[in-house]
Ligand binder design. Structure first.
Ligand SMILES: CC(C)(COP(=O)(O)OP(=O)(O)OC[C@H]1O[C@@H](n2cnc3c(N)ncnc32)[C@H](O)[C@@H]1OP(=O)(O)O)[C@@H](O)C(=O)NCCC(=O)NCCS
Length: 250
């Protein structure tokens, strides 16, 4: 866990080797956040990207190369790892990959872009990436392997479950909670105290005024139920373990 700050305190330590699993949009965005962090202090040494698509192996992703499939994390035991996948049409992929890789929690890096504001009163879990322009006000909890896209606003006492994705411009009123593995599309607004159920999908631009149960798709203003989520068979029987420290804030 990274408690507060922006993860840039590298005084006295050498750059840590880092692998990014994924070579798509989010992976490239995370790599930029890593590079931005390094402009302040040599925090990370990005070894490269890993991707299961063999046609990508050896290809350049920005200045870094795709070194092999995700399992290559095991060839670099000293490297920390970020799993950076997850599109709206496959937002379970990060959870699936982390389960598959079966690494100990300390193997995962936590990256907070230096242009994000994350106060010391906020806990950020392993594997979580926070992109530029995001503001967390006070006393929030971000679980493990959470993706926070640019310009997200999390106000007091927000709780974000493991593997959740907050697309750009999402804004949470005080005490709002996002369940494990949920996906909030771009520009979603959550009324204070509202809870989004685990693995639910909220469409872009939605104004959510009441609780959303687990596993449902909602959108609109005010947001309404549209359909149930089709959880892939390899995920449906896998409970997501809650992040330590979240329970006491619920
Ligand atoms: C909610 C969502 C998953 C629905 O996708 P979908 O099931 O493929 O829906 P479709 O695109 O087939 O649209 C079905 C209908 O819903 C409407 N609709 C889709 N998304 C909507 C939204 N967010 N708000 C309001 N209406 C929406 C469409 O206009 C369409 O209406 P119509 O039947 O009258 O033409 C998707 O639109 C969405 O919002 N995804 C998140 C995108 C995002 O935030 N991306 C960030 C990437 S970084």
């Amino acid at each position: 866990m990274l408690a507060g700050g922006n993860g840039n305190d590298v005084s006295g330590s050498a750059a840590v080797p880092l692998l990014i699993v994924g070579a798509g949009g989010f992976a490239r965005e995370a790599a930029e956040a890593v590079r931005a962090t390094n402009t302040r202090a040599a925090r990370w040494r990005l070894l490269g990207h890993l991707d299961d698509d063999p046609t990508r192996h050896g290809c350049l992703v920005g200045p870094s190369r795709v070194l092999g499939p995700a399992e290559a994390v095991h060839d670099h035991p000293a490297a920390q790892v970020l799993v950076c996948t997850g599109r709206p049409d496959d937002y379970f992929s990060r959870e699936r990959l982390v389960t598959r890789l079966n690494l100990d929690a300390p193997r995962f890096a936590t990256v907070v872009h230096p242009a994000a504001v994350v106060p010391d009163s906020t806990v950020v879990g392993e594997g979580t990436v926070v992109l530029a322009g995001t503001v967390v006000t006070v006393d929030a909890v971000l679980g493990r392997h959470v993706a926070v896209m640019p310009q997200v606003v999390l106000t007091h006492d927000a709780v974000i479950g493991d593997f959740a994705t907050l697309a750009s411009g999402v804004q949470l009123g005080g005490g709002a909670r996002v369940g494990e593995g949920a996906y909030l599309g771009a520009g979603v607004l959550l009324r204070e105290g509202v809870r989004i159920g685990s693995r639910s999908l909220i469409g872009m631009g939605a104004v959510v005024t009441r609780n959303v149960p687990d596993g449902q798709v909602w959108y609109g203003a005010p947001a309404r139920w549209v359909r149930d989520v089709e959880v892939p068979p390899d995920r449906s029987r896998q409970p997501i373990v809650a992040v330590a420290g979240q329970e006491e804030r619920r």
